[in-house]
Design a protein around this ligand. Structure first.
Ligand code: ATP
Ligand code: MG
Length: 370
């Protein structure tokens, strides 16, 4: 899969850009094919073009080019976070040690408020688990091995529903005997995890599991299969799901990675935020883009985003979308006005409330800054 960009200049300066469209077939990560697509759909940026070059493309070429930059933005452009390193380190250790334990197998929790990048982090960890399995077992797909199983809880999900999802993921053609009792389903799920050499079981939206039934199922899965459980959800440390009684038993058997806002008053937060803004700025898939304005406004963006990476990512996405939507544009430069329009719009269309004004934004003019 992927996207190739080839750029030719012919004698008369005619430009030809071939962008092979990325074909996506699956909407969900909760099937094996869908998850593998999510692992591999990492299109590179399309070849850089000046706005004049872009303007000479035929309509279809421009549409393909726009789609390619959109895909790059939505699927590939991610910034590194400390939680990625911490999570990967803990998970690698657990995956190595859990199969060799007969008792007290441990899991990992990713916990944060809503819209903090939890699922994105889980996907990255899951991808690296699959890749390291693939590196050691090049023919793993042919052998029917499924190193990662991805499940997602919905409202009022039960432990039994979790087991059904595991079975459906690993054996999509088997009709799950939902009338069977939980013990029977658990045995089926555990056997399948073992047969497919599953190393990681992801349970996203895990805060929707509550009470003793799901907790006892998760605990049994940890005891009976050597797969490492990764629970992903909102406020998993407290709350009704894993904060008390049986839930607490699961909590005690998990390490936890929490995602936080960055704080500009702390050195670490300041460095991190500026790095994130700079990564986005360097990689904006805009024609004739010269990085600068975003980076110079890192502190203002921090205020607008409340220090939240996911809101910064949303601002960047909207900036690109607004620029490409402007059919009368003469260039795709990031200007104060364009950035402000996006920030202003955020106040009306999302719960993000900030008090940034146009005057707060710096020009991309280093002389003026001096
Ligand atoms: N490291 C990153 N780099 C760039 N963008 C990111 C990164 N992490 C998260 N995002 C973006 O932040 C947004 C929210 O991420 P995600 O869906 O993972 O959040 P969540 O905490 O799972 O949300 P919810 O509580 O709704 O499940 C997404 O658009 C995602 O692409
Ligand atoms: Mg999520």
């Amino acid at each position: 899969m992927g996207l190739a960009g080839v750029r030719h200049r012919h004698g008369e300066g005619v430009l030809k850009v071939i962008v092979q469209p990325l074909v996506l077939h699956h909407a969900r990560k909760t099937t094996l094919l869908g998850l593998r697509e999510a692992f591999t759909a990492l299109p590179p940026p399309p070849p850089p073009l000046s706005f004049a070059e872009y303007s000479t493309l035929p309509t279809r070429g421009r549409a393909a080019y726009d789609q390619a930059r959109d895909d790059f933005l939505h699927l590939t452009l991610r910034v590194p976070t400390p939680e990625q390193d911490i999570g990967a380190r803990i998970l690698a250790k657990l995956i190595a040690s859990n199969p060799r334990r007969k008792n007290s197998r441990r899991g990992l929790m990713i916990s944060a408020p809503m819209f903090y990048g939890k699922t994105e982090l889980a996907l990255l960890l899951a991808r690296s688990t699959e890749q390291s399995h693939a590196a050691r077992n090049p023919d793993y797909v042919d052998r029917g091995e499924v190193p990662v199983v991805w499940t997602e809880m919905t409202d009022h999900s039960t432990g039994k529903a979790l087991l059904a999802q595991i079975i459906e993921f690993l054996a999509p053609t088997v009709s799950v005997p939902l009338h069977a009792n939980t013990d029977r389903l658990r045995k089926m799920a555990v056997d399948m995890l073992q047969t497919h050499r599953t190393k990681l079981l992801v349970i996203d939206e895990a805060h929707r599991l509550g009470g003793s039934e799901p907790s006892s199922v998760i605990k049994a899965l940890q005891n009976e299969s050597s797969a490492t459980v990764l629970l992903v959800g909102i406020a998993l440390g407290g709350g009704k799901a894993f904060g008390s009684t049986e839930g607490l038993q699961v909590r005690m058997r998990c390490d936890m990675v929490t995602l936080r806002k960055t704080d500009l008053k702390e050195d670490e937060g300041r460095v991190l935020w500026h790095r994130w803004v700079a990564v986005f700025d360097r990689n904006l898939p805009l024609c004739g883009h010269a990085p600068g304005l975003l980076t110079r406004n890192a502190a203002v963006l921090h205020k607008a985003a409340g220090g939240q990476l996911s809101v910064l990512a949303m601002i960047v996405e909207r900036l690109i979308a607004a620029t490409l939507d402007d059919t009368a544009r003469r260039n795709e430069r990031v200007t104060r006005q364009r950035l402000y329009a996006v920030l202003d719009d955020l106040r009306y269309t999302t719960p993000v409330r900030h008090k940034i004004t146009l005057e707060d934004l710096h020009e991309d003019d280093l002389d003026e800054a001096a």
